[in-house]
Design a protein around this ligand. Structure first.
Ligand code: HEM
Length: 182
């Protein structure tokens, strides 16, 4: 996993709980915390930090990932405004993931191993979204989508229709978009 993700986690944890908490998570996970955004680090390190956070914050690991994803989006808006300015609502932003956002990310961060999504518009206006990644970080994907919704002032209804954690071959989400102003 790219150091950028570890740096985002540090920013989010420190912002919400202070530097001491981040240091305590590093200690619990037996890591030194020296991450450069372009570097690549073993996935086990992010898992160890999520586990340490789950014990410290009394949340399940998936709740930690979802919270992290939601909060990290606000940081990404500051650091990568172009991806967000290109759209006026959550749906087209999310639809640009495979075609623009993650391919651009791979140019900036060579070696980034990004997940693949598939999309299917439904007659009722909802969007089916398939998530494919051996990392099984569907809770992080959910947090990112919800964080993007918050950025665009929308409430995103997020249903996890099937999940690799339950033995399904892929994760499938149904997203419903509601404009807060309505
Ligand atoms: C709704 C929007 C987004 C979703 C759902 C999403 C989803 C994800 C997920 C779930 C991962 C974890 C890796 C995996 O599952 O295999 C990931 C990795 C990553 N994403 Fe996104 N992402 C979004 C937006 C963005 C944006 C705006 C950026 C801009 C910088 C970004 C950059 C990255 C990077 C750098 C990684 C790490 C890849 C690696 O370490 O190899 N993502 N993304």
């Amino acid at each position: 996993m790219k150091g950028l993700v570890f740096n985002l986690l540090e920013t989010v944890v420190t912002g919400a709980h202070g530097e001491d908490t981040w240091d305590a998570l590093l200690d619990a996970a037996q890591l030194d915390g020296a991450y450069t955004s372009l570097g690549s680090y073993p996935d086990e390190q992010i898992s160890a930090l999520v586990l340490a956070a789950s014990q410290a914050l009394k949340l399940s690991p998936n709740e930690v990932l979802r919270w992290f994803g939601r909060e990290a989006m606000a940081v990404m808006v500051e650091r990568y405004p172009t991806f967000f300015l290109a759209h006026q609502s959550t749906r087209p932003f999310v639809l640009s993931l495979n075609s623009i956002i993650h391919p651009e990310v791979r140019k900036i961060y060579p070696g980034a191993d990004v997940p693949v999504f598939d999309f299917d518009d439904q007659p009722d206006g909802s969007l089916l979204m398939g998530y494919h990644s051996a990392r099984k970080l569907c809770a992080l994907a959910q947090g990112f989508v919800e964080g993007a919704g918050r950025h665009y002032g929308e409430t995103v209804r997020f249903e996890h229709l099937c999940c690799m954690h339950n033995g399904d071959p892929t994760c499938q989400f149904r997203l419903g978009f509601t404009d807060v102003a309505q």
